[in-house]
Design a protein around this ligand. Sequence first.
Ligand SMILES: Nc1ncnc2c1ncn2[C@@H]1O[C@H](COP(=O)(O)OP(=O)(O)OP(=O)(O)O)[C@@H](O)[C@H]1O
Ligand SMILES: [Mg+2]
Length: 217
Amino acid sequence: MHVITIAARKGGVGKTTLSMHLSVLASAPGSPALLLDTDPQRSLAWWHQLRQADVPNLIEADARELPELIEAARREGIRRVIIDTPPHAEDSILDAMRVADLVVVPTRPGPLDLAAVATTLALADRVGKVPLAVINHAPPRTGSGEPSIVAEARAALIGMGARVAETVVANRVSMSHAILTGSTVNEHEPGGKAASEVEALWREIEALLSAPVRKSR
Ligand SMILES: Nc1ncnc2c1ncn2[C@@H]1O[C@H](COP(=O)(O)OP(=O)(O)OP(=O)(O)O)[C@@H](O)[C@H]1O
Ligand SMILES: [Mg+2]
């Protein structure tokens, strides 16, 4: 079993959006992923209620219950658990990071967003985890190179000691359209650019999970 916690001290960076997408991609026929919503905003619930598909499973939980819930999921043979977290509740974020095999930290590429990533990295460090930063809400790629704001964000994140996903998730209206219909971009617009980015991100995460990096303490 692998547990992925999506965390960022900054609001609106895409924690819930990535949780939705990764939890669907992490589900296989007969093997639904489990989505654990530890954010009292409960943004995942209405999306989950709108869904036609019967994956992923969703449990709304207090972060203190995570070890118990994950143990129960393990006994049931669940292979993938994705945890969405609130932006401001430090103790909850720490609890969710502690149980993770991989902590994913979404960020927008702007300078103020990047400054806020440092506080999330510091939390991960406290529980001995080296997170994977994911640049989300990026301007779409034009031509061959990465937009300069993305290249600069990548360099800044590496400078802070973060691992940074190769895959960048662009700001695309199809993301909102998909969510509004209780789906993901992969279900709503398969073969689209947004879908291929999210799929590439999931492949990258799967590869990391097969060789997780943890700090020894
Ligand atoms: N790549 C994207 N392209 C377009 N819209 C996006 C993208 N990622 C997220 N959004 C939109 O941005 C808004 C904020 O995203 P989301 O709710 O996932 O952030 P969050 O980090 O979970 O926020 P909070 O801290 O409040 O829980 C949502 O309306 C979502 O649909
Ligand atoms: Mg959220």
